[in-house]
Design a binder for this molecule. Sequence first.
Ligand code: UDP
Ligand code: MG
Length: 324
Amino acid sequence: MTQLISLIVPCYNESRSIDVFTATIMPFLESIPDTRWEIICIDDGSQDDTLQKITALTKQSPIFRAIELSRNFGKEAALTAGLDASRGDAVIPIDVDLQDPPELLAEMVEAWRKGAEVVVARRIDRTADSFLKRLSANAFYKFHNAISKIKIPENVGDFRLIDRSVVEALKQFPERQRFMKGLFSWVGFRTVTIDYVRPVRCAGDSKFSALSLWNLAMEGVTSFSTVPLRIWTYIGGIGAVLALLYGGLILTRTLIIGNPVPGYTSLFVAVTFFGSVQLISIGLLGEYIGRIYMETKCRPTYIIRRIYDSENKNTTEDHKPSKI
Ligand code: UDP
Ligand code: MG
């Protein structure tokens, strides 16, 4: 019995990677027995000719499907669009820059056929990344897992095989701001891990700046833990106890030996310190409230401008905004 497996390929300004990706991946797909494939490329509002490249693929072979988003929504949204459109018995999100090695696909499919519902690929070394990226990624996983009930496995990205039942579970999530790594962990299911060494990008540059990675980390922490909110009660409590003790000390000292020096320094330090602590806690409240605000709007996670596949025959010119 042949099974259909969907590859979900988010593409943002990836015109230079697409041809290498398809040329490399095809022999691997053909070598896996009893499998039909669909390759869903999501154009996440690229400014280069990524869209033309992927729509050309849909004309060459019916296994390709292309989804054009109306603007850049980010990788998490592009993945969500792909998951929603997928029809496979299993789904595999994979980066177009060949940093997710296609050599693993056969092993993933085999583990799935043996009963795994999720097969995650874990990077065993991150030497392809800069020192700073490794350090910050490590700190993020440690911090996130220390304060969240849902643990994200370290060094596991979005590259994984997920069974249809998991996809259906994920599609039920009403939340708009999606931190996919966390959601994948949240749903659970029987998971098998495969180790691999992550290669460098085949072409082009990473689409994630330090700032966008910081935002993603904030998204991850605030979506899965309320510890940063609650911790201020305890910090405030400890601060109050210390302030009381210190107050008692000053009072006793003043009563016994008088008040020889006005406490300018301690006053100044206390005011600035507690002022900053309060600002940090208000800022954190803001992070959560901002997210509540965005969620209550119930805006869609992504907007599709057009779908290109064998059922929606389109010409490459169709994507021009004037024809919407
Ligand atoms: N990507 C996307 N939308 C974005 C940013 C990235 O669809 O806004 C895609 C990108 O085209 C690639 C994948 O997400 O296929 C991973 O991006 P990248 O390789 O830049 O991330 P890194 O490997 O550096 O973490
Ligand atoms: Mg990459």
